[in-house]
Write a protein that binds this ligand. Sequence first.
Ligand code: DHB
Length: 461
Amino acid sequence: MKHSFIIALAVLLLSCSGKQAEGLSFDPGAGTPGSLTLPTGRQVNYTAYERLYYVTEVADSTYQFLNVYVPEGATQRSPIFFRTYVGAFMASAAGAPRPGDASGRALAEGCVVVIPGSRGHNSQVDGRFNGRAPAGLLDLKAAVRYLRLFDAVMPGSAERIITDGTSAGGAMSALLGATGNDPVYEPLLDAMGAARQQDHVFASVCYCPIIDIDHADMAYEWLFRQTDSRLAGSDEQKAVAARLADAYPAYLAGLDLRKPDGSVLDGGNMMEYLREILTASAQKAKDAGAVISPELGFSYGGAPAGRGEYLTDLDMTAYLNYVVGRTPLKGVPSFDSKDVLGSRPSPENSEFGDETGSSVNFTAASAAYNGRQLDPGVAERVFMMNPMNFVGRAGADNAPHWYIRHGALDRDTAFPIPVIFATRLQNEGLDVDFDLAWNRPHSGDYALGELFAWVHRITGE
Ligand code: DHB
């Protein structure tokens, strides 16, 4: 067993020096005291270990390190809450836990909190953009490996890492959860001087993850084609949108998805399935006291004594028009927009560009619009950045536990995107807590009571 040998060697090295292994270091005695006050007024005292570089070949000293915060009372068994602040696929610096989000709450709930830095499409060193995909993900995987390398001497258990992120950070969390130990990243991690450790995680928390971006343009037009906004588009815009929308059902069929009741989920019943999920989400909110206005497209009826009315139906066109009325839609196409219908590059176009700072098309459809074929090197990197490719893949160790939330008002990506990801994970027999969270826009780290009840359930702590 290669890994057990390496672990034994690491422990041996650690017992000699106390803090050095594989050219990386951690000094358990070097922590500094700190404290954080939650909105409730509760104060949590912690020991901080900061600026821990997680690769030996540091290419960007601004981002390639992590910070660790150990709350009073934490043990070797405590879960590690690994919160990435990546947004828009940009670089994200390691920071301290924040009182108002899941990082501060995690500390108060007894988790060791890790806040990693990672490169992104905007990071530059000496004029070179060295954080283009998959660099940000590799940095985060290297951070996970670092935690395993020093697991024996650092409080918290590297076997109980729970990743968390929102939007592009939700995508990073999903990728960390899906791609554990996959050999496709191995040569890249090796070249960076990442620890020769495993990088699978225990659980993944994904708020509005921007995933499946190579199919997200199709999903977007498939869902929103019926809205007034899209119907008011130009003929050329409608033609591009229709080509994308019409291609989505074949993609869905190829995924061979099953709903929780075992029946097929495909393009033929996806809209109905979304209607069911959204109605259930609204009903749950209504039962908890929310007022659900008929203007949103709901029908009511069948009131059992004492429980108020049931939401019996939802007019999806009316509901989608409501969502679009809150936040205008992205353009056509929504993600791979560069040079299509005169659109500017998106963050995703930059993410797949190169060291010179270029931005490129990353879908066959947008490349074809520009009279080109998709660049094979770009396609390989797109593959590495889509967690859908790694669920159930031989050689990838998927996290056993998943918490996925996408707001019912979110239009940054289309509802089927998180639905098919959650379904695919469920179809692999994994533990998935999924919802289109009622009345939530594109946002994260909400309903923290619910999130940490789930954390306690999966960790048994
Ligand atoms: C984010 C939002 C987007 O709409 C997108 O396409 C990519 C990233 C974000 O908020 O991180």
